[in-house]
Design a protein around this ligand. Sequence first.
Ligand SMILES: Cc1ncc(COP(=O)(O)O)c(C=O)c1O
Length: 368
Amino acid sequence: MSHSNLGLHKNQLPTPCLVIDRNKLTSNLSLMQQLAKDKGVNVRPHAKTHKCSKIVKLQLEYGAVGICVAKISEAQVMVQAGIKGILITSPVVADNKINQLPDLIKQAPDTMLVVDNLDNTAKLNQVFQEHNLMLNVLLDIDAGIGRTGVALDKAVDYAHKINQFSNLKFKGIQCYAGHLQHINELAKRRMLSHQILQAAGAIKAQLLAEGIDCQIQTGSGTGTFSLDAELATVSEIQPGSYCVMDQEYSDIEYKEQRFLPAMTMLTTVISTNHSTHVTVDAGTKSLYKVATKPEIISHEHLSYDWDGFGDEHGKVTATSGNLPALGEVLELIVAHCDPTINLFDYFYITENDYVVDIWMIDARGCCQ
Ligand SMILES: Cc1ncc(COP(=O)(O)O)c(C=O)c1O
């Protein structure tokens, strides 16, 4: 990264690189807040998407109540940056991580952590007792993925048990249906998401009726947040990808929202010795590979494929017309934003296609 890149036209940047159009980003942030406000839910965006404390600060400025992170190492970066209202959305289990929690909580006491196992919960309680600190916890409920979370029919019993630990403060439930987020058809996505979140909502209602202070029901990503927010028990949503977007999310049907592809990748044609295709400088080391292909937006007739070109290179073919020339810069929407961003150190921030700022992706690589 070089600050001499400030002021350059985006096509003059060293590639491959990630560029964020500031106006599109802030338009996405304000649209999310507006939609959530209309439905009366809080927004706690997931920072696992962008891993950038500068974007977190913007999200908070636009009205988010806090942020989510996936792992303790991400939380540490955010606390270092002065961020409050953090929810760690995966259980923290290993002793080497549990032992780091008291320090984190001393700096950011309102941090919350999900739990889905009573032995782990007891261990957390013991450590927090030893440090004479309180830890806010949410019970993670399995939305049917089988990834983390307790089964629905065990949730009430678990919540009662968690509520009895002296140094844990029970705050509510998390139920995140990741497997439903990309269902193309809106009606089907709504039906399946409502099914699971209504069942989770019934648990929240039962706990409240039984005198447990279950204020939070959190979950939801970019695919279901506006559908889930229709449910009265849902108190907050935790979408991640909406702020920058990607091709996987651009492909599905939406209700009201149209988030803009704020983040794009620039890649340069570096070899043109074939009539069938050219080679660009973005391969699997810069463009995370999934079934969906990245979408080239700078040229209407070109398509990108990894196509076995390996770590450093990608293959670009033309559906009609000419192939691009050697040295030409192509702009594309990445296939899947989170793991692609995790491959980079910086976002180049642009206005009217010129670089106005450079933001460090300060939690990149933090998967511990
Ligand atoms: C627990 C949790 N919440 C929220 C999100 C954000 O979802 P999305 O990027 O689909 O909006 C994710 C993403 O994987 C997640 O794992």
